[in-house]
Write a protein that binds this ligand. Structure first.
Ligand code: ADP
Length: 604
């Protein structure tokens, strides 16, 4: 068994979660770096925007800065101030101011007398013309009257429009006789800002919001205003009434960059919503987190694959080990089986040897017994006629002593018959012993059959036996010996005729011959009593006979059987279902040819 490491079975997710927790702090530096990067980028961008805006604002204002000085030198204006009551010079001044306003793009240009009232104005034709209005409270007037450049931001008292005021004195020699004022519209620079997420905030020296992209913030105080400052404001009225609500811009919400406009004491700020920055940082964090997650998932997949791989290796190893064990077991089994087989073979061989020995013994015993039986039978068969011969001979001698010549001759005749019988027995035994040794030859069955029939023809006719033949005309070549085959058929025909003696007519004898690829068959059937059960079982045995001792020797079928076996054929005994014996003779087919003169004949 291969042990799979316990860690392989543990759920990987726990490890991965732990890894995720451990890796999560990596997002902090990412957050820091992303924030820094985007903040710098935003700051740079906003700085440029702010610079551009400030440059634009200062440029706008700068365009008008010198205009009052130049106007102060104009004789037409001076003339109007010199004679304020003269309508012609006032009209001339009005038209001049209007013309210059049109050319310069200023909001309003007007001329003030030394008492602070407006003498002439570019908007002289309008209903809300400045002419005749008292602006002496405005600081730019006072500054100009003191021969200083007048600068002021404020809401127009008539127009309610924001403006930046440039003022310069108008002199008659050394004496300041009036002030010329150029008001620049500040609504335009504010509109320039456009609709962006970044907000603009321009505060004046009091910290009050004068220009902004956010309407809510306008004219609100971004820092506390002191009492002195409030007094100045109350005197100069730069803002609409009800203004100066405190405004707190939280650094948490906004990223603030500022530029100080030293020349006019203003501060311009650009406010970028932190959300803008945070959104980008968040995106980076999401991407970072997603990458981390993807990394973890990749790791998980790889770990999973590795685990599967290891498991497969372990399984393979286990399967291999199992297989090896199996093979070992099988080999062991096979070895055991082999040993057992060897042992069995050994035992079989031993048993075989013992069997053969036993068989030999049996055969030996059988031989001895057969020899015993045979010698007993032979001696019985021969002793009987011998005894008879002896008795007839003694008797003949006695008869001769009594001169009974004819009776003695009769005895001698009987002795002659007995010797014939004894010679017969001996010739049978010789044939039996000789026949088994001959090699088979190719002979024609019909010839042997005819020979045997002709030998017994007289007897058959005497018994009135009907012969029924079913034998083909074409020669049936069989492996046999001429004499032996004739002897066999002769024996069988003799037995049939013997059997038919016991039966009354009609007596019939069938002879049927046929051949197939296995060989040639000759059937001898009679309608006699048939074989008895004992005869069927024992007729092959030598000296088995049911006939009277004088008739039968019990050697006929035994000899036939032995001869046939030697020829490669066999004998089959049975009873026909219609009654009578049926003897089947099976012979091997012989090669067709001219039947040679049998050697055994010549030898015989
Ligand atoms: P034997 O003819 O000298 O008796 P066989 O060996 O030829 O010896 O025959 C043995 C026995 O088989 C015979 O005694 C007889 O009982 C039986 N037998 C043989 N042929 C026939 C036959 N055609 N019909 C009936 N019985 C037969």
């Amino acid at each position: 068994m291969v042990n799979i490491p316990a860690s392989l079975h543990l759920p990987r997710w726990r490890t991965l979660t732990l890894l995720a927790v451990l890796l999560a702090p990596l997002l902090l530096p990412l957050h820091y770096m992303a924030e820094r990067y985007y903040r710098e980028q935003l700051a740079e961008q906003n700085r440029q925007t702010l610079d551009l805006y400030v440059a634009n604002l200062l440029g706008t204002l700068g365009r008008y800065e010198v205009l009052p000085d130049m106007l102060g030198d104009m004789p037409a204006l001076r003339a109007s101030l010199a004679d304020p009551a003269d309508p012609a010079s006032q009209a001339a001044a009005n038209q001049l101011l209007e013309r210059i306003r049109q050319r310069s793009g200023a909001d309003v240009i007007y001329l003030m007398r030394a008492d602070g009232y407006s003498q002439a104005a570019s908007n002289w034709q309008q209903a809300d013309s400045f002419i005749g209005q008292d602006f002496s409270f405005r600081p730019y007037f006072q500054e100009a009257m003191q021969d200083r450049p007048g600068r002021f931001f404020g809401l127009g008292t008539t127009s309610r429009k924001r403006g930046y005021y440039f003022a310069a004195p108008v002199r008659d020699g050394q004496e300041i006789i009036g002030v010329v004022v150029v008001k620049v519209d500040l609504d335009e620079p504010e509109k320039l800002w456009g609709n962006t997420p970044e907000q603009l905030l321009v505060t004046d020296s009091f910290g009050v919001v004068i220009l902004t992209s956010n309407d809510e913030w306008r004219f609100r105080a971004s820092q506390p205003i002191s009492a002195a400052q409030q007094a100045v404001i109350a005197r100069n009225l730069p803002y609409p009434p009800g203004s100066l609500k405190p405004l707190t811009i939280s650094g948490k919400e906004w990223l603030i960059q500022e530029r100080t406009l030293d020349t006019i004491g203003w501060t311009a700020r650009i406010l970028a919503p932190r959300e803008l920055l945070e959104r980008q940082v968040r995106t980076v964090l999401y991407v970072g987190g997603a990458s981390l997650l993807a990394l973890l998932l990749l790791l998980a997949v790889m770990t999973l694959r590795r685990r599967h791989y290891l498991e497969r290796i372990a399984l393979d190893a286990r399967a291999k080990r199992d297989l090896e064990l199996n093979v070992q077991e099988r080999t062991q089994d096979l070895q055991t089986l082999n040993q057992r087989l060897q042992q069995e073979v050994h035992e079989r061989e031993q048993a075989q040897r013992e069997l053969m020995r036993a068989q030999d013994e049996v055969v030996q015993a059988g031989k001895l017994s057969a020899l015993g039986t045979m010698s007993a039978s032979i001696s019985h068969e021969l002793n009987q006629p011998l005894a008879a011969i002896r008795s007839y001979a003694e008797n003949a001698a006695t008869l001769l002593d009594h001169n009974r010549i004819d009776d003695a001759r009769g005895n001698l005749k009987l002795i002659g018959e007995l010797t014939t019988r004894m010679a017969n027995i001996i010739s049978h035994l010789k044939a039996y012993a000789r026949g088994a040794r001959r090699a088979p030859e190719s002979v024609v069955l019909q010839d042997a059959l005819e020979d045997a029939l002709s030998l017994l023809a007289a007897r058959r006719r005497g018994m009135n036996v009907e012969l029924i033949r079913d034998v083909p005309d074409a020669p049936l070549w069989v492996q046999a010996g001429e004499t032996r085959l004739r002897q066999i058929i002769n024996n069988l025909l003799t037995n049939a005729l013997d059997a038919l003696i016991e039966k009354g007519p009609p007596r019939r004898l069938w002879l049927i011959a046929s051949q197939d690829e296995k060989g040639v068959t000759l059937i001898l059937r009679d309608n006699g009593p048939g074989f008895s059960a004992e005869a069927l079982a024992r007729a092959h045995e030598p000296f088995f006979t049911t006939k009277a001792t004088t008739q039968g020797l019990g050697l006929g079928l035994a000899i036939c059987d032995t001869l046939l076996r030697a020829l490669g054929g066999h004998l089959h005994l049975s009873n026909h279902h219609e009654g009578g014996a049926e003897v089947r003779l099976h012979l091997q087919r012989g090669k067709p040819g001219v039947a040679p003169v049998p050697q055994e004949e010549m030898r015989g």
